[in-house]
Design a protein around this ligand. Structure first.
Ligand code: ARG
Length: 235
């Protein structure tokens, strides 16, 4: 025994960055709910504690700062597993596959990034979508003005109020937005980045990581994963 506690006393604290529906967002009563929340609830139940959610900027989550300083026990934020992040965090087994998508206000004709030359393209700060777009713009020498927003809500607001011509984020998040706000925006094109989401713990917290992996594996085996997938993600 390393003497490192599995979790802080009394609760399983989860760092996330709101809003990020369908993975984590506030319901009408202000309670944080979503696919990630439901999966981490399974871990908390196994540990006989409740989950306590801490809403904090994505930068501190993906940089490892929040977990490594003990702000939270686990991070659950629709977070893509990347080699860079693996240097500073320990990730669970993948629990969700995602790609990036370009969304526009319904009816706007944009099919490729090249068509955004001379225009503004919105991204969410600190995310893989931002990294992907910056790399593409650089590689192809595209003169697109990439504008970074602090969270998903700000990005989506910028899109629907025409402050940007198009916006990039994870596909499941656009699908959810379209379900909740029919007719407003549409997915113009996708970028098959082959991303996988993982939950993360502080580097070296092997015991908690094992609990998280066991909960995911059990949920996949007993049908809970499929049930939660249908509930939160849909088809
Ligand atoms: N999957 C993307 C990434 O890892 C976006 C995650 C943003 N998550 C959030 N809860 N704001 O960079």
């Amino acid at each position: 025994d390393s003497g490192v506690p599995l979790i802080k006393a009394g609760a399983l604290t989860t760092c996330t960055h709101l809003p990020y529906a369908p993975f984590q967002s506030k319901d009408d009563s202000g309670k944080v709910v979503g696919f990630d929340v439901a999966l981490i609830d399974l871990v908390a139940a196994k540990l006989n504690v409740t989950q306590e959610i801490v809403d904090t900027p994505f930068e501190g989550i993906k940089s490892g700062a929040d977990l490594n300083s003990g702000k939270c026990d686990v991070a659950a934020a629709g977070m893509t597993i990347t080699d860079e992040r693996k240097q500073v965090l320990d990730f669970s087994e993948p629990y969700f596959d995602a790609t990036q998508a370009l969304a526009v206000v319904t009816g706007k004709k944009v099919a490729t990034l090249d068509e955004l030359v001379g225009k503004r393209l919105g991204v969410q700060g600190g995310t893989t979508g931002e990294e992907y777009i910056n790399a593409q713009v650089k590689e192809k020498g595209l003169k697109i003005e990439v504008v970074s927003y602090r969270d998903l809500a700000a990005l989506q607001q910028a899109l629907v109020t025409n402050q940007v011509e198009a916006a990039v984020n994870d596909l499941p998040v656009w699908n959810e937005y379209i379900k909740a706000n029919p007719g407003k925006v549409e997915v113009a094109t996708g970028f098959d980045t082959g991303e996988q989401y993982g939950f993360a713990v502080k580097k070296g917290n092997a015991k908690l990581l094992a609990e998280v992996n066991a909960a995911i594996a059990a949920a996949r085996t007993d049908g809970t994963y499929d049930k939660l997938y249908a509930e939160w993600i849909g088809e």
